[in-house]
Design a protein around this ligand. Sequence first.
Ligand code: NAG
Ligand code: NAG
Ligand code: NAG
Ligand code: NAG
Ligand code: NAG
Length: 424
Amino acid sequence: MDTFKRCFFLSLAFLMFFFDDSRADFFGFQGEELIETMGDEVLVTSRQGVYNVEELEDDDDWQMVQTKGNQFVVNGQPFYVNGFNTYWLMVFAADLSTRGKVSELFQKASSVGLTVCRTWAFNDGQWRALQKSPSVYDEDVFKALDFAVSEAKKYKIRLILSLVNNWDAYGGKAQYVKWGNASGLNLTSVDEFFSHPTLRSYYKSHVKAVLNRVNTFTNITYKDDPTIFAWELMNEPRCASDPSGDTLQSWIAEMAAYVKSLDAKHLVEIGVEGFYGPSAPARTKFNPNSYATQVGTDFIRNHQALGVDFASVHIYADSWISQMISDAHLLFTKSWMEAHIEDAEKYLGMPVIFSEFGVSSKDTGYNSSYRDTLISTVYKTLLNSTKKGGSGAGSSCGSSSPMGRTTWMMAMQLSFQSLIRPQT
Ligand SMILES: *[C@@H]1O[C@H](CO)[C@@H](O)[C@H](O)[C@H]1NC(C)=O
Ligand SMILES: *[C@@H]1O[C@H](CO)[C@@H](O)[C@H](O)[C@H]1NC(C)=O
Ligand SMILES: *[C@@H]1O[C@H](CO)[C@@H](O)[C@H](O)[C@H]1NC(C)=O
Ligand SMILES: *[C@@H]1O[C@H](CO)[C@@H](O)[C@H](O)[C@H]1NC(C)=O
Ligand SMILES: *[C@@H]1O[C@H](CO)[C@@H](O)[C@H](O)[C@H]1NC(C)=O
């Protein structure tokens, strides 16, 4: 079996093991069924822990990931994103009674060949806040993030660190606006996060604090640490108050350049869901609904901003189309993925990662065989494209916690870097 396929199965197995007990309901996951459906001998061996993890590199080989054309590379070799989302690392690490979960997660993830974890490097003004108020940090929580980063390094997992949320969970842009109001600004919309110079400066200060943080466990400054795969500007930015997309575009351009000015080495991605906007009218037919054109994001244009190194896309057909499960979701998923792969190849010349997808087990018409069909649709679309790209060795798959949507069964992260560029 090729690496690509093996990796996929192993990662599914990972989902089942790690979340089998404590978080099974969280995911609505029944591992055995999936094994039957997706069935493969590799799953069986990985259940017994027989999988040969690639030799862990020594420190000299632990270099920054970069892009080369449409591919990720490290030490001149292709790097395959085989990722998962786990937003709770810092919060769990902040409490000694749950800190061990972080290590356990990385250990298991590493044992099934996962290579990248996407998580939050923010928690603004909330319970166990990292940033209690603008530029004021809770040192214990920062140490918890340090711990997560150092454990990731230990298990050779790289991190995508997201820097703020569009949504209210963990504070988000609304918290920044509250801070602005509290300091005497007269703000009228949460979208002023993107436009108001004071709020932009709050965000930049946060970026600076994180990038210049010296890890108390490793003594490595974050901006120099190859454990960090990439900076994500924001989780799912939307600026519906300006459907032209200009406001968000200007924010992206400023912030991507700002991150690069502090840290020229790390990769940067935006974190958008991937909706097509006014700059690409011919592409809007791929959007899940007409509202998607109105949220102020614009996939192709957004990713043309200087400093953005690779693209990221989310896939939530049930949230975007209807919560009544139907084949339309599967058709959408396939065409959504294919369209973004084409963008990455034709217009952007960068890798694209499908960094979240999932379905809620609470949807009308949901059952586990539908879930498996959705997963295999994603997988087949990926594999099909990989083959077309001339590379049979691409690997990319993953699992995740539901990014703030507790009803989401799972979310997986897939990368297309290998399909876009044939290997020699
Ligand atoms: C706040 O802004 C609104 C509209 O932007 C304006 O009507 C109001 O007078 C302002 N209030 C203060 C105290 O400046
Ligand atoms: C900020 O304050 C203004 C004026 O009081 C208010 O209209 C607005 O809702 C506040 N915004 C937020 C996000 O609290
Ligand atoms: C970090 O630096 C401090 C101060 O120089 C030193 O005492 C400590 O041993 C270092 N820790 C590591 C992990 O290198
Ligand atoms: C599972 O759900 C799908 C979509 O709602 C439906 O078409 C299919 O018949 C269901 N299968 C079972 C076994 O219930
Ligand atoms: C794979 O790609 C071919 C050619 O582009 C297309 O005809 C076919 O429908 C695709 N199959 C799947 C399962 O996506």
